[in-house]
Design a protein around this ligand. Structure first.
Ligand code: GLA
Length: 377
């Protein structure tokens, strides 16, 4: 593999009837390496406020996300590696698209239309995040859409062949990242079509630390999850199939709560040293507010809106200091949190959960928007 160092000149574009914000916004293209899997490239979407999002064709990884604090100072609020080489060496899904089926499938098995399918078990006895080479490890094809009037658009495409990682059907996937010209938001639209019935559950696995990716743990962040129910699990994090109220449990995050406040009360099955659980979001049409997180010192606020019925709140319980990230950051336990908008884990084996089966002729869609701001005082 050959690595090209340095940043190539900016690819700037301006639309004819562009607003001021539109004229200031740009997408920078940075070739990273060329291998037999094609060209690996990084794209940085930078809006008129200086908000910047760096996305890699490898895994669709959100490698950097710069947003201002209450003083207007930018910080990179996602954990990740500083180089492509770092990601290729392996990592706990930092910033990546996970699929074809994000989260867990019990024992790596499911039956569809009378046929049993067997997947690789890559997480104890279960299948996790699409298998050995899930969508997080694929080099996606990228195109910038210069015609969009709403913002900077980067579209990633991948066709997962029939039988890949044991899943049926060739699945055509498009993931579109949009950063509005003047609003500090990252919107991700996912869509997929198939030629055979197959399960699909796509999400993004960014680890956030709103104080900055290298600023210690996230236990002081205040979180609110707009969910009254959750899906309890066994000790391998497979849902029991029940849907239980959060009331009276450490999972009641319906009011703003410091992440560290009840984390020590999580006991028994499903305890992996913090939150790692699917919450059942309140029902609503279109994109609904799923979670709000405030980092009190910087004042940074992130709101997550989604069309999905569930969200996995994971507090980086398995981070152990072995992942050395950007600027030599050492990511220890609880260095970041994930809010993975999704269908519920193991849905393919749970008849009472919303279905994840996509049929030929139908289109899978999911939209999630991360909105950034600062707390009003
Ligand atoms: C998901 C899972 C966690 C863990 C991480 C990756 O969030 O729910 O249990 O596997 O991915 O480390």
């Amino acid at each position: 593999m050959r690595y090209i160092s340095g940043i190539l000149p900016l690819a700037l574009f301006v639309l004819p009837s562009a607003s001021f914000a539109q004229m200031k916004a740009y997408i920078e293209e940075q070739p990273l390496a060329k291998t037999d899997e094609g060209q690996f490239t990084a794209y940085t979407l930078c809006n008129a406020n200086g908000m910047k999002v760096k996305i890699l064709t490898y895994g669709g990884i959100v490698a950097e996300l710069w947003v201002p604090d209450k003083e207007g100072k930018l910080a990179d609020v996602v954990l990740g590696h500083g180089s492509l080489r770092g990601y290729l060496a392996g990592h706990p899904y930092f910033g990546a698209i996970t699929g074809r089926v994000a989260n867990r499938i019990a024992k790596g098995k499911f039956t569809l239309d009378g046929k049993e399918f067997t997947l690789a078990t890559n997480n104890g006895p279960n299948a996790l995040h699409g298998g050995k080479k899930g969508f997080d490890k694929v080099n996606w094809t990228a195109e910038r859409d210069l015609s969009a009037d709403k913002g900077l658009v980067l579209r990633l495409k991948y066709t997962s062949p029939d039988g890949e990682e044991g899943y049926p059907g060739a699945l055509k996937v498009v993931v579109t990242y949009t950063v509005p010209f003047a609003k500090n938001e990252l919107r991700i639209d996912y869509s997929a079509t198939t030629d055979k019935a197959t399960p699909v559950n796509l999400t993004n696995h960014s680890y956030f630390n709103l104080a900055g990716h290298n600023q210690g743990d996230i236990l002081g962040h205040e979180i609110q999850v707009f969910a009254d129910k959750y899906t309890p699990t066994d000790d391998t994090l497979i849902p029991t199939g029940k849907i239980e109220p959060v009331k009276g449990t450490p999972f009641d995050l319906t009011q703003p709560t410091p992440i560290g406040k009840k984390i020590g009360d999580i006991k028994g099955e499903g305890d992996t040293g913090g939150y790692d659980l699917n919450f059942v979001l309140r029902e609503g049409k279109g994109e609904k507010l799923a979670a709000r997180v405030v980092e009190p010192n910087s004042g940074r606020v992130m709101e997550v809106f989604t069309t999905e019925p569930g969200i996995q709140f994971y507090t980086g319980n398995f981070l152990d200091g072995k992942d050395i990230g950007k600027n030599s950051a050492v990511y220890k336990k609880h260095a970041g949190f994930c809010l993975e908008t999704q269908h519920f884990p193991d849905s393919v084996n749970q008849k009472d959960f919303p279905s994840v089966i996509l049929k030929p002729g139908d289109t899978y869609t999911q939209t999630t928007t991360y909105k950034f701001g600062v707390a009003k005082k």
